[in-house]
Ligand binder design. Structure first.
Ligand SMILES: C[S@@+](CC[C@H](N)C(=O)[O-])C[C@H]1O[C@@H](n2cnc3c(N)ncnc32)[C@H](O)[C@@H]1O
Length: 224
């Protein structure tokens, strides 16, 4: 997996363009995972990056990649809610839960970036969700118009709004299972193969039947 969100590479390039980064820009990524997008942001501009996450394995992967690419990114193991500081730019993709949900994230980002731009990636419902979809993904997901309204209410100007397309979603969902699918192909006689296959089939069925085309993912470049 390149990153842990439904995002194609051309789309990611466009988003980074909208962030208007330069060599003097400081940027923090909250809930960065292994920070691939942050690393790319820094590599293309020379900006100074900080990645914050609680997952040691992801952070170690990010640190190794930063060394390999020779880019200036500090990876910090800390809860995003506890991270203190201000920056010129911030990224928070698929991680609004770490700051208390969509609205709380937008409010917190306004403190972290008093003047500048942020890139927020967050889920929304494309249509009114079914009970099953709500059960899987929770009650806190807004409709797109409500997410946009929250941005305005928290003092942000929306500079760019795009959403993950079906191909980005399908590719993201497949990537979660591809490693284990390949393992099954290579270990057909393993006693675990059938159990793993059933689990993967169930996850795949859930995606196709319960939330494909219903759960959306928005990328918002916001300014203040
Ligand atoms: C869906 S992933 C998104 C990762 C990354 N932003 C990306 O797009 O690839 C959510 C991330 O939030 C991290 N996370 C969960 N709880 C956290 C917390 N309290 N503080 C910081 N990160 C947290 C997870 O470890 C995971 O890397």
């Amino acid at each position: 997996m390149l990153w842990n969100s439904p995002l194609g590479e051309p789309h990611s390039d466009e988003l980074l363009e909208h962030m208007k980064l330069s060599v003097t820009t400081s940027i923090v990524d909250l809930g960065c995972g292994w920070g691939e997008l942050l690393l790319r942001a820094v590599a293309r501009t020379g900006a100074k990056g900080t990645g914050v996450d609680t997952d040691n394995l992801a952070l170690d992967r990010g640190k190794r990649a930063a060394q390999k690419k020779d880019v200036n990114v500090d990876f910090i193991r800390q809860s995003a809610a506890d991270w203190q500081g201000t920056r010129d730019r911030a990224i928070c993709i698929g991680s609004s839960h770490t700051l208390g949900g969509s609205r709380a994230t937008l409010q917190r980002l306004a403190e972290i970036v008093p003047k500048g731009r942020v890139l927020v990636g967050d889920t929304f419902w494309e249509q009114q969700p079914t009970d099953v979809a709500r059960e899987i993904h929770g009650d806190d997901i807004p409709m797109l118009i409500d997410l946009v309204t929250m941005c305005r209410e928290t003092g942000w100007e929306i500079l760019n709004l795009t959403t993950a397309d079906q191909r980005e979603w399908d590719s993201f969902e497949s990537s979660h299972r591809a490693g284990l699918r390949q393992w099954i192909i290579e270990n057909p006689e393993s006693p675990k193969a059938q159990e793993i296959r059933e689990h993967l089939d169930e996850r795949e069925r859930g995606y196709i039947m319960d939330y494909r085309g219903l759960l959306g993912f928005a990328y918002l470049v916001l300014g203040r």
